[in-house]
Write a protein that binds this ligand. Structure first.
Ligand SMILES: *[C@@H]1O[C@H](CO)[C@@H](O)[C@H](O)[C@H]1NC(C)=O
Ligand SMILES: *[C@@H]1O[C@H](CO)[C@@H](O)[C@H](O)[C@H]1NC(C)=O
Ligand SMILES: *[C@@H]1O[C@H](CO)[C@@H](O)[C@H](O)[C@H]1NC(C)=O
Length: 500
């Protein structure tokens, strides 16, 4: 693969940049309506909203521990101990959702609120009651539940045994998932096993910038990825065999992907961009759909590992049995999408031991792109359309869900025209992908209903369509302009004043 890159690279002529910016220079938002069966929702995650980090029997999880031990890791010095206090104020959150008219709510269960030490040896009834109360409130308001079993928060007790690097994590997770299926199965409309494995493994066990802060770039993160995929697959199979016939619900995994656009029309940049997509999205999608890591990852990492003096590839192999186990463990493809990168081929790999070096390409973003609350977060609406068309092209005619999309700012301003523009433009490109690209997208999930605790950005990354006033002890939820816009989109199925 690398050799091939070099050969095509030598053939590059100066073609100049040509990309989505040029292609969509005169873009106007579509006036077509969403299909009748298209569903709109909003999303949150337990650690970002619940607070009550040690109340009523909840055990600590890795983000509690990470931020207590390293307050300097949070941009504004805050933490998730109280967050938006949705442990007590969940009815307020659901009132907001009802006001907006969403059809479903995607939220996560906190493992250590249900099983404080992560195992069935210790079951916390107060945690179970908390989630049952949420389900009842949602049902009363006619909102369907879309439940993430694991959104990054492994119990600290299990992290002390190695967390996602310990092969036993597969059984720990499956036991927890089984408990969730049995305890909450009757209330849940859609299950998600695991949210964004790339962030769990790359940020948490590779770069170490996210909890639990393990730095093992290009090594531990692949071990983590293998375990996450096996845990997902075993839980999915268990649900498929035992619980699908009872509850008739769907289960999937949520993967995150930026869009990766070739920097030029050159063949080498096209290959570079495709390689990056395989490392980012294919790393998890390919096993789930076809059973194994993408070939370009197997080849690159084996070659680089050898050059680096490792006696075997840093990318651990799946056995034939494991390939059969993982293959096909999804009902639909749920994708979180926020931003876009440009990709260039590079003449010579750096041969560093790292995930980024393993892809052997360079990425960058353009200064001309609008920036949200953090520098990597660029607003590039056409990336949504290109990603969706690529997904269909690469993985065939699947059912796709957008399980997260939204934009941050630092102020939480109620006059958030920039958020209205973001939602309108990203959704317009999504609609074009449906109508012009024939991509079967069935749902859109806006992140988030309320401003909440945005991990290492703390409260400096606000993505809500409701403002939460952190200076007011009652943490009131106040509608922003974008909540009214989104409510209107849901009501009219139309992004502009008038649709055809
Ligand atoms: C955009 O509009 C300008 C001015 O009308 C025109 O010159 C240009 O060719 C258009 N670009 C595209 C990609 O259609
Ligand atoms: C490679 O080396 C590691 C220790 O560095 C060792 O544990 C492992 O067994 C070796 N693998 C093979 C295939 O020799
Ligand atoms: C937030 O709460 C503080 C304290 O009650 C109040 O002074 C301030 O006006 C509130 N801000 C907004 C935007 O409501």
């Amino acid at each position: 693969m690398w050799l091939y890159n070099l050969i095509v690279l030598s053939a590059i002529v100066a073609l100049g940049a040509a990309d989505g910016d040029d292609e969509f220079a005169n873009y106007t938002v579509t006036n077509r309506r969403f299909p009748d069966d298209f569903r709109f929702g909003v999303a949150t995650a337990a650690h970002q909203i619940e607070g009550a980090w040690n109340l009523d029997g909840k055990g600590p999880q890795i983000w509690d521990t990470f931020f207590h031990e390293h307050p300097e890791k949070v941009d504004d010095g805050s933490n998730g101990d109280v967050a938006t206090d949705s442990y007590h104020l969940y009815k307020e959150d659901i009132r907001c959702m009802n006001e907006v008219g969403v059809v479903f709510y995607r939220f996560s269960l906190a493992w250590s609120r249900i099983l404080p030490d992560g195992t069935l040896n210790n079951i916390n009834q107060a945690g179970i009651d908390y989630y049952k109360n949420i389900f009842k409130e949602l049902k009363a308001k006619g909102i369907r539940s879309f439940v993430t079993i694991y959104h990054w928060d492994i119990p600290t007790a299990l992290q002390e045994k190695g967390g996602w690097l310990n092969p036993e994590v597969v059984d720990w997770y499956v036991a927890y998932a089984k408990f969730c299926f049995e305890t909450f199965g009757e209330y849940v409309d859609n299950w998600i096993t695991i949210n964004e494995p790339k962030q769990i493994c790359h940020a948490g066990y590779g770069l170490g910038v996210y909890a639990p802060g393990v730095v093992s770039n290009g090594i531990g993160e692949y071990v983590c990825a293998r375990h996450v995929l096996l845990a997902h697959a075993k839980a999915w199979r268990l649900w498929d065999e035992k619980y699908r016939p009872i509850f008739h619900t769907e289960t999937t995994i949520v993967l995150d992907s930026d869009w990766y656009e070739p920097a030029t029309y050159s063949e080498s940049d096209a290959i570079a961009a495709e390689t990056k997509r395989q490392f980012i999205f294919g790393m998890y999608a390919n096993p789930i759909i076809h059973g194994n890591w993408p070939k370009v990852m197997i080849d690159n990492i084996a070659e680089f590992s050898k050059k680096q003096g490792f006696n075997e590839s840093r990318l651990p192999a799946f056995s034939n049995e494991e390939i059969e186990l993982i293959k096909g463990t999804y009902d639909n493809l749920a994708i979180n999408h926020y931003t876009t990168y440009m990709v260039k081929s590079i003449p010579e790999p750096t041969y560093e031991v790292s995930f980024d070096a393993d892809s052997g390409v360079a990425t960058y973003q353009k200064d001309t792109w609008e920036t949200a609350a953090i520098d990597w977060f660029k607003v590039v609406p056409w990336g949504m359309g290109k990603l969706l068309r690529w997904l269909k092209h690469t993985y065939g005619d699947q059912v796709f869900l957008i399980s997260e999309n939204g934009v941050s700012d630092r102020t939480g301003t109620l006059r958030d025209q920039h958020r209205i523009d973001y939602i309108k433009n990203y959704l317009s490109h999504l609609l074009d992908a449906i109508y012009d690209g024939g991509v079967n997208v069935k749902a859109y999930t806006l992140w988030s209903i309320i401003d909440n605790f945005e991990w290492t950005q703390g409260f400096n990354g606000k993505l809500g369509i409701y403002y939460v006033n952190q200076s007011d002890p009652s943490l009131p939820r106040i509608p922003k302009d974008s909540s009214k816009y989104y409510a209107n989109v849901i009501k009219t199925k139309c992004l502009v004043d008038e649709c055809v």
